[in-house]
Design a protein around this ligand. Sequence first.
Ligand code: SF4
Length: 318
Amino acid sequence: MKSQLYNKYSIYLKEKYGEKVYKIPINLPVTCPNRDGVCGVGGCAFCGEEGTGFEMLSNQYSIRKQLNENKAYIGKKYGAKKFIAYFQNFTNTYMPLEDFKTYMEDAIESSIVEIAISTRPDCINEEYLKVLQEITQKTNINISIELGLQTVNYHTLSKLNRGHGLAEFLDAVLRIKNYGFEVCTHLILNLPWDSQEDVIENAKILSIIGIKQVKLHALYIVKDTLLGQWYKTGEVTMISLEDYIERVICFLEYLDPTIVVQRLIGRAPKENTLFVNWDTSWWKIQDKIEQKMKEENRYQGRLFHYTNGPAVKHFLDE
Ligand code: SF4
């Protein structure tokens, strides 16, 4: 059996920074081009008014205040001294360039070792990447960019009203990689229109394009969203927890073993929702996934042998 079932983020961070590092969420007063009419209205079918983040401080607080309050709390609870400033909610590159520069610079201080920026693939632009490049050159702070993709199935993306397809994601990843920043991709493995085949294709495309990290979520259904309406009328149904667990394991098996896995399932608020994580806590689901992997001797990268012309490899072995 493999010593590590999958490439865990906490271990990766410890090796990279030499000690435990924690992410501190920062909430900016920004919106999203899929809500304000630039590329869509109403947002993604699953996105509620609060956006995608929760458990965050008010976006009316300054970056310094959010950092200090969260650092005091997390630092005390876990004895942490180094942190990642995580611009989490909505689309954190969707703003005038000068504002973006100011926000990023405001997050810089000695205990911050990395800035992580969550955004949409269609909001990655060279000018914004150059701002980040200047920051790394001046300060040595690492930059990572978290791209919401959710699935490589562009038919599903269209049903979700994402306002972008797979091509925009590929374009964004290639551009970001030119600057040497790490890319984390967010995926949802239980989207109602996706099959096991799509799950495998997710793993293959992320592995081939060379992203560095992946973050998995299970779809949760917020009241008063389009998805909520579909769920209530039975237009969409959710797969079982057992099926979700199998999808996650299958995804990991096809995933390049060097990709870092930030999480196997997200935490989600119970309030204002119709469906959340099969009414099971996220860590119990994580335990079940790990237990099944151990029992069945399955691990990340077990089926990662589809690259570099696998059909001709037998000629080379002869
Ligand atoms: S891109 Fe993100 S913030 Fe924008 S509507 Fe979709 S989930 Fe919400």
